[in-house]
Design a binder for this molecule. Structure first.
Ligand code: IVH
Length: 673
């Protein structure tokens, strides 16, 4: 039967996209531009939408699909996924070779393959008649987790095998390492830090987390890659007979196979390979923690067998840990662009794995305290690839005398303003909105959509304005003119006047948006709107006490504290005055406050059984009198109304010193007005 034109086109598009993918992700040799690639993919998506019958499960449009999983079902490996015994020095490698000779009864040299030991996560991929049908993690070696949807999101993993050079296996389990490139890792962490999320410790954790995402879209975003290095069960015509042939075979089927892997005639060459890569590992864009040595002959491998989970025919040569001891000379504090105070270790310079380390991160106050790190200590420092060196902890046996505990400064080392560390948070921050360390980020936020929405001032222009000191804090925006703007790079008359017009328009956004734009800790768009509606002007807000702020719906102690602290900073007050003087609207329409009544503004908690009133009746009476009923006791509670069998709420009220009344007391309150 003849194919319809659109079927031919779909087939052709799939082939071209697969090919482009393969060249880009497997061969690292792209031949078409990203735009052309996107255009092909777009066309195929449209075509498949118009004609769903042409969509195939291995179509490149089907990499990220389906709904997020609730958890991962078990994935049973048809053949166990083995682990590896370790060798830590050359003697142990030679001992391994001697053992292989003895067990095999061979006198002459034994050929091995040497491979890089990629530091990622081992996974197994099942292909039936050339198509990826399932995949799972290693788990305990016999059962892992089924993560097929996520593995499909890794572009270096073929959805269908190539049959151009070798006959397709009827069935094959391909094993290899899913990993994250150092460059992708650095980007991921930079992005996480910008969003104030904890960075990943190393690429392996980031990769493992990526594979275990419940939503394959998240896996796709992590940009993982894959190197194939082994097979499990295989049913194929003419299967390879050596590990080196196996690697070539996997390559022919369309997998990425590490280009540095190669066969060597004897253990002497293995030693050279190990030395070479221990020295060169930093030049790679992925982390390796050693090399893997495998007996090349697969028949001999089978004869040697395994002990427990370790094959007798392979071993991992682990590189020396990149760790050293040195003296902690000082702790300096830098301020990040969101105002976070970062403690850094100043170290007596020490060589770790080929580089000299004289600085390392100490993360935050808690990290320093929990690990009991003190200036003057001899400390252990580790360096893991591209990751910034980290102080692990002190060598306590070597501590001399009484060293003082370290505490982070309570004022910002850049501008001298108060530092705030809200309860339960690990990070300490500078509270000054005009602090030079935070200028760029604050300006960018102020101009963003949800805040003052100043079109035209994005990342680049914010950076230029701050770096040229044209803008030191956001109030300077309202003193810009054409002349000043035109001195900036890439700024033409037209765009400059557009920017000025946008700044002018922003003056009337109102207090809620302004408040959000000021970037007060814990005051997001919603809290900003609540505070603006309840207080009506920035003057009222700046004068409000914590207690007054607490009366607003949803404003808790932490938020109230943060607002008061913000307005207590002299530079912030001065900046706000400048904003108001420049004509920025610092008011908001007042929202009608809570209903008036004898209990207006009061919060009551009911507990236990009252003699005559039911819970609901009591509640109705309180609400009718303008009061609020809350389910739990806190500092914000004004009265606890206790009946019989009152439990923990009563105890809590007592401990907080909150007024406790009975039903008669409540009635008295209600009539008091
Ligand atoms: S072979 C004998 N080859 O190392 C079969 N493993 O410690 C064992 N790994 O779980 C696997 N690169 O995650 C093999 N070229 C390589 C490897 C490699 C990294 C990892 C893998 C495995 C662990 C064993």
């Amino acid at each position: 039967m003849a194919l319809k034109a659109y079927e031919r086109r779909a087939h052709d598009l799939r082939r071209r996209i697969d090919d482009a993918n393969y060249r880009y992700h497997v061969l690292d040799d792209p031949q078409i531009s990203d735009q052309d690639y996107d255009a092909l993919l777009r066309e195929l998506i449209d075509l498949e939408e118009a004609h769903p019958d042409v969509r195939t499960p291995d179509s490149p449009t089907q990499r990220v699909g389906g709904t997020p999983a609730a958890g991962f079902p078990p994935y049973v490996h048809a053949r166990p996924m083995l682990s590896l015994a370790n060798a830590f020095d050359e003697d142990e490698l030679l001992a391994f070779d001697a053992r292989v000779h003895k067990l095999a009864g061979i006198d002459g040299d034994i050929a091995y393959t040497c491979e890089l030991k990629i530091d990622g996560l081992a996974v197994s991929l099942r292909y039936d008649v050339g198509r990826l049908s399932a995949g799972g993690t290693r788990g305990d070696g016999s059962t892992g987790e089924e993560v097929t949807a996520n593995l499909r999101a890794i572009k270096a993993i073929p959805l269908a095998l190539r049959d151009a050079e070798v006959a397709l296996p009827r069935h094959i389990d391909v094993r290899g390492e899913a990993y994250m490139r150092k460059s992708d890792f650095a980007r991921l962490n930079a992005d996480r830090e910008a969003r104030e999320l904890a960075p990943f410790a190393n690429p392996r954790n980031a990769a493992a987390g990526g594979i275990r995402q419940l939503d394959p879209k998240m896996t796709a975003e992590r940009a993982l890659s894959f190197y194939a290095y082994a097979v499990g069960e295989i049913d194929a015509p003419n299967p390879p007979q050596t590990q080196s042939a196996l690697l070539a075979y996997l390559r022919a089927l369309g997998f990425r196979v590490n280009e540095h892997a190669h066969g060597v005639p004897s253990i002497r060459d293995v030693l050279a390979f190990a030395q070479e890569w221990e020295a060169k590992r930093d030049a790679l864009d992925y982390e390796i923690d050693g090399i893997v040595i495998k007996v090349d002959d697969l028949v001999l491998q089978a004869r040697l067998g395994t002990v427990g989970k370790d094959p007798r025919w392979a071993i991992a040569y682990k590189f020396r840990a990149r760790e050293a001891r040195t003296k902690l000379l000082d702790i300096t504090v830098s301020v990040g662009r969101t105002g976070v105070l970062n403690p850094n270790a100043v170290l007596e310079p020490v060589h770790i794995g080929g580089t000299t380390v004289s600085n390392a991160t100490l993360h935050n106050q808690d990290y320093i305290r929990t690990n009991d790190i003190r200036v003057g200590d001899v400390v252990t420092v580790i360096r893991a690839g591209d990751v910034i060196p980290r102080v692990v902890g002190p060598v306590l046996e070597l501590r001399e005398g009484d060293l003082p505990e370290y505490t982070l400064p309570t004022v910002c080392p850049v501008c001298g303003s108060d530092v705030d560390r809200p309860e339960g948070e690990a990070l300490s921050r500078c509270t000054n909105a005009t602090c030079p360390a935070q200028r760029r980020e604050r300006l960018r936020h102020f101009c963003s959509r949800g805040a003052m929405d100043i079109e035209g001032i994005g990342d680049q222009l914010s950076a230029a304005l701050v770096d040229t000191e044209t803008v030191r804090d956001v109030s300077d925006l309202y003193h810009l003119d054409l002349e000043k703007l035109l001195t900036l790079p890439r700024m033409a008359e037209k765009s400059a006047s557009n920017v000025l017009a946008a700044i002018e328009r922003s003056k009337s956004r109102g207090l809620a948006r302004l408040l959000f734009g000021l970037g007060i800790r814990m005051v997001g768009a919603q809290n900003a709107a609540i505070l603006a509606g309840d207080l009506g002007s920035i003057t009222a807000l700046a004068a409000a006490t914590e207690e007054e702020l607490l009366r607003s719906e949803g404003i808790g102690e932490q938020i109230a504290r943060s607002v008061v602290l913000f307005f207590a900073q002299e530079p912030n007050r001065a900046m706000i005055e400048r904003l108001a003087a420049a004509g920025v609207d610092v008011t908001a329409p007042l929202r009608p406050r809570e209903p008036v009544g004898v209990l207006a503004g009061k919060t009551l908690v009911l507990t236990g059984t009252l003699p005559t009133l039911t819970r609901d009746e009591a509640k109705d009476l309180i609400v009718a009198a303008g009061g609020k009923v809350s389910g739990s006791v806190s500092k914000k509670t004004d009265y606890v109304v206790a009946g019989d069998d009152a439990g923990s709420k009563l105890e809590k009220a007592e401990s907080l010193g909150i007024a406790i009344i009975d039903e008669a007391g409540l009635q008295a309150l209600l009539t008091a007005g």
